[in-house]
Design a protein around this ligand. Structure first.
Ligand code: GLY
Length: 383
């Protein structure tokens, strides 16, 4: 089978899984699932992950044209309405992947309205003298630290703000998205281009007080999704604000670090510094974020040969991820179309070998781009 045919077959399998999830009539947003039974653990209000469920539904609709999938995506997006004013920088995840994506793939007016409201709310939370949006008192998994802390996962705010800035022609909003991302990088991207998840700063002067991690192996280690979220944020912004060389440079730095350090089978451990043993969990979700980010960087890069090499690396990574989608071997009786081996939170031993809804999102999106059913341009806003 050719690689494209392979990608198309896995896309179809993943959409089968999305339809099966939709048919479960879940009360809450799918968060992570047991890969043996396919049973989801859900969140009532969407936590930071709830936007990826309507996100995969928007993609499944776009792939198939099935209006039932579109209606479901719209319903779940609307359920996030209560979250536009959440005091959490992570609502960027919710409203970029449910709202902005619903606008870009389906022209859904409610999705657009909610994403714009969230972007404007994030802009109001911007701390001008520090130059970024702090985590916020309701930041999921980080509410205990709050307003004098940042973390790289918060680059999700820049995604929806940049989308909204271009969509509405609001250059201040776009600039705020860029400022937030670059200032977060000052705190979290190390000199060797690896990423530390979190930082505390002095609320008056902005001086860095300490770097640490919420979910990684140690404060000095490189947690896989920290690197992945940095890759995603800078690569997307580099494709939106092509006049700003700092964005492209940051995207190259964090991406080149990933390429140089990921294991030879291309599936990252849950943390790059976790002691490597046969039982050490991998994180396919972080790996899928990296693949989707490299496709964005390839799209943004002005140098054709560098762009091609980022795309090739993304393609090889997606190929490796395809082998992790059920059935992974003959006689595998698990529900089909599940991306296995995502690690949600190793530090709390929660869902360390699971299907993770955001891993599904980034793999599905990448498969569609690579198999030619989604033009990557459609993931970028039009004014
Ligand atoms: N807080 C985002 C993540 O766990 O990846």
């Amino acid at each position: 089978m050719s690689q494209t045919a392979d990608f198309t077959a896995i896309t179809e399998r993943m959409i089968k899984r999305i339809r099966a999830t939709d048919a479960m009539g879940l009360n809450g947003f799918p968060h992570y699932a047991d890969t043996t039974t396919g049973e989801w653990t859900t969140t009532p209000d969407g936590f930071w992950t709830g936007g990826f469920w309507p996100g995969v539904l928007w993609h499944a609709f776009d792939q198939t044209g099935d209006s039932a999938l579109r209606d479901s995506a719209a319903r779940w997006t609307e359920r996030l309405s209560a979250r536009t004013e959440s005091r959490s920088v992570f609502k960027g995840f919710l409203f970029h992947f449910a709202g902005a994506t619903g606008d870009m793939l389906a022209g859904d007016p409610k999705a657009r309205e909610l994403a714009l409201a969230a972007a404007q709310s994030l802009q109001r939370a911007f701390h001008p003298s520090i130059g970024l949006i702090p985590l916020g008192k309701e930041a999921e998994e980080a509410h205990t630290v709050g307003d004098n802390d940042t973390n790289i996962d918060g680059l999700s705010a820049s995604l929806v703000m940049a989308w909204a800035g271009v969509r509405t022609g609001d250059t201040v909003l776009l600039q705020t998205a860029v400022d937030h991302a670059l200032r977060s990088g000052d705190y979290c991207v190390r000199d060797d281009d690896s990423v530390c998840q979190s930082a505390s700063f002095d609320g008056e002067t902005g001086k860095l007080i300490r770097n640490y991690t919420h979910k990684g192996y140690s404060d000095a280690s490189t947690w896989t999704r920290a690197q992945g979220w940095a890759m995603l944020g800078y690569s997307y912004l580099a494709g939106i604000d092509r006049e700003n060389p700092r964005l492209l440079r940051m995207a190259e730095r964090v991406s080149d670090w990933w390429i140089a350090h990921v294991p030879s089978d291309l599936i990252a451990l849950w943390d790059f510094d976790a002691p490597e043993q046969p039982s050490t969990p991998r994180d396919t979700s972080g790996t899928a974020i990296a693949a989707a980010s490299l496709l964005r960087l390839a799209h943004a890069h002005p140098d054709e040969s560098r762009a091609r090499s980022y795309r090739d690396f993304a393609e090889r990574t997606v190929h490796a991820l395809c082998a992790e989608v059920t059935p992974t071997e003959q006689g595998d009786t698990r529900p089909p179309g599940i991306l296995t081996r995502g690690c949600f939170d190793k530090t709390r031993e929660e869902a360390t070998e699971a299907e993770l809804i955001w891993g599904d999102y980034f793999l599905l999106e990448s498969l569609r781009i690579l198999s030619g059913t989604l033009d990557i341009e459609r993931l970028y806003p039009r004014g």
